[in-house]
Design a protein around this ligand. Structure first.
Ligand SMILES: Cc1cc2nc3c(=O)[nH]c(=O)nc-3n(C[C@H](O)[C@H](O)[C@H](O)COP(=O)(O)OP(=O)(O)OC[C@H]3O[C@@H](n4cnc5c(N)ncnc54)[C@H](O)[C@@H]3O)c2cc1C
Ligand code: SF4
Length: 328
């Protein structure tokens, strides 16, 4: 591990200011992703600004919805009564991720910002445009079984690995961020993460020196009929091969509106507006769900080793919708 300076921030403005002043500084929250990456020599900050003493841990009702502090742990968030009763989809997504021990340390802000699990990104002997821009993409012509089927390009075929964000996309969450001067702005969660484009090294639209302070959930009409399904290589803990956050607002036996978000298939959570449109106004039935699944995967572009994700994705969409609609 390379030497780095450690600073314990006393307030959010000081933390943001310290990071903004040093292009090689990074925030430290639970450390469950960042410290691993530093040990692997993938991340090389020369300064860590520890956020963990900041008062950004509260989970409270706000404007009919809920505001979740960026430093609340994944465990605190998943177990909170407001989340369990009003946003069970979020609880399910969080507990589908990592292990109990990791969720006890992992924070919500850090979870949104976790980096890809592409094996070439972790291997500093291999080319990787995300780790070292301009070096190439080891996975494009290499082993790409766990890589993207949507939104990729030749510069990067990695996926965003998180679970929590998939539920946040389905719940129309907003990310509240604060810059060095104390100015705050909000970013709708579906504009938070990026596709690789020409800058695959940038995972999201957070500016250097900005802190995530909270995640805001609006009042949701999806609490009763939602389900998070995660398909992975082993059940103990592993990242999603395909995940589906499915949520339905029903009018009797008819779908009024739906949310279908796929995880593990693109550089960001992949909201399928095609599937949502296919469900709108349709009867609550397996047939409607099968049509939605076809629509969701119609534009998939698999790589050499991940064509299986297309059929897996369709089946996962149907199954998640069946559970959300209480038909299974
Ligand atoms: C073995 C293992 C299995 C895992 N499995 C899963 C899984 O199945 N699903 C899943 O979703 N996740 C999984 N994870 C990832 C885990 O959820 C993340 O590592 C964790 O959520 C990151 O949170 P953290 O607080 O530890 O972040 P850190 O590691 O401290 O930070 C991560 C990044 O976020 C930045 N950061 C943190 N907080 C802020 C903030 N408030 N403002 C600005 N920047 C900030 C840091 O600078 C850093 O770049 C797994 C992790 C491990 C180690
Ligand atoms: S897919 Fe992205 S992260 Fe993986 S090697 Fe290619 S550029 Fe790097």
């Amino acid at each position: 591990m390379r030497p780095f300076k450690y600073v314990r921030a006393s307030d959010p403005n000081a933390a943001a200011g310290a990071v903004a002043a040093n292009p090689l500084a990074k925030c430290l929250a639970g450390g469950t992703n960042l410290l691993d990456l530093m040990k692997e020599d993938v991340e090389r900050p020369n300064e860590l600004v520890d956020l963990t003493r900041l008062k950004m841990r509260e989970i409270r009702p706000e404007r009919g919805g809920v505001s979740i502090g960026a430093l609340a742990t994944n465990t605190e968030t998943a177990n909170h009564p407001l989340i369990r009763s009003n946003y069970p989809l979020l609880t399910q997504a969080i507990v589908a991720g990592a292990s109990g021990q990791i969720r006890n340390m992992a924070t919500n802000g850090g979870n949104l910002l976790q980096r890809t699990r592409c094996q070439y990104f972790y291997d500093t002997a291999m080319p990787c445009n995300k780790r070292e821009p301009g070096t190439g993409c080891g996975a494009r012509e290499g082993l790409n079984r766990i890589h993207a089927i949507f939104g990729w390009n030749d510069k990067c075929v990695a996926t965003y690995p998180g679970d929590m964000a998939n539920a946040l996309y389905a719940l129309d969450a907003v990310v509240r961020v604060r810059g060095a001067g104390g100015a705050e702005r909000t970013i709708p969660v579906d504009e938070f993460h990026r596709l690789p484009g020409d800058t695959p090294e940038k995972d999201n639209n957070l500016r250097h020196g900005e802190l995530i302070v909270a995640i805001e959930l609006p009042k949701s009409s999806f609490a009763k009929n939602s389900y998070y399904l995660k398909v992975r290589d082993r059940a103990s803990y592993a990242f999603a091969l395909v995940a589906v956050a499915a949520a339905l607002e029903l009018d009797g036996g008819t779908v009024r509106q739906a949310r279908v978000v796929l995880g593990g298939v693109a550089h960001k959570p992949w909201r399928s507006r095609e599937a949502e449109a296919a469900l709108s106004g349709k009867p609550l039935s397996e047939e409607s769900f099968r049509r939605a699944a076809e629509a969701a995967l119609a534009d998939a572009k698999p790589l050499a080793h991940n064509a299986y994700q297309v059929e897996l994705g369709k089946r996962a969409v149907v199954r998640a919708l069946m559970r959300a609609g209480k038909l299974a």
